[in-house]
Ligand binder design. Sequence first.
Ligand SMILES: *Cc1c(COP(=O)(O)O)cnc(C)c1O
Length: 378
Amino acid sequence: MTPATLLKLAKTHGTPLFVVDHAELRRNYATFRKHFPRVQVYYAVKVNSDPAIVETFYKAGGSFDVASMQEFHTVHQFIEDLPKKARQDFIWDKIIYANPIKPTETLRELDQYRPLVTYDNHEEVKKIAKHAPHAGLALRMRVPNTGSMVELSSKFGALPGEAVGLIEYAHKHDLVVEGLSFHVGSQCTNPQNYIQALHLCASVFAEAKSRGFDLKILDIGGGFPAAYDDSVPEFSTLAKSINHELDRLFPEPIEILAEPGRFLVASAGWAVSKIIGKAFRNDKTCYYVDDGVYHTYSGVIFDHCTYHMKSFKKGTPKLCAVFGPTCDALDTISLAEQLPDLEIGDYLYSEKIGAYSAASSTHFNGFPPAKVVHINQK
Ligand SMILES: *Cc1c(COP(=O)(O)O)cnc(C)c1O
């Protein structure tokens, strides 16, 4: 995507604008497949649940990680036309319900699909046994999230010492635990998180086996880092060390799943906003734009992510601040950007803003989410 194309789209469609390049989605999917040939890809729908994005990954051969009924139906609409008898296998193959905590209403609705669901505690086993007795289970393990941008283990996950007890408990409730899952934290730039998680799971596999439980699936979760800047380690290097341990510790016929989210969509999203106000405060120029942290830039708050604002105009860069359109002071995109002198009506854009951005837009203060434009759809 060239800045000229982006500017043209903004002038055609108006701002705030969120552009998704489906050619980039397909490239990211292909890259993941290439480096993880043994791993089945379950796109984590929460990262951006736009049905067009789901459709592109579906057409590329992808499967899906969902965490709510809404996400389940977004995915399921694309597989509705499947012959009934293939359905059960197909759902297992295409969808994992990877939220360890599920409302009973959700379990009741899911049961007809004989879903694969995650869990990590005794109460959840009792709920599943009662409301979704046809479900298959994956035990979510707590693993180190050291150095990941977003921590995902304090809320979920069984400790290694609890694991086999929880597998046995499910068995006593006539449920089958198919395997283990974990999440090393999002934007994980520390390969050791994966390595330690794999070692931990290997010991649970072994202990389970000695107690008569044969685990068949290992779900290595998400966390695969997007190349936001040069400090992010090479994907191929990370994949190589993970694959090495997978082959050593989890040989076939153990099935390996992954739930990448950010890696697949971050680089496929662009945001364009327009300057709607300008002031001089605290020794710097303050620009007010028509998109902010309640909208496409929500990742500044929820994702602990920094996005740089870029100008379509050239000029000597000067220190400035960029704020969103709402009345809340929290609506601050950045207090330290380098931009040329700009006027009201000029446009700004950000790259690599496809993940955890538009997905958590709100209507706060009466400002609607950015318009979404899809390009290069097949
Ligand atoms: C959020 C989430 C993912 C996606 O994580 P990324 O870091 O974006 O790859 C995968 N699995 C689970 C269970 C999640 O909660």
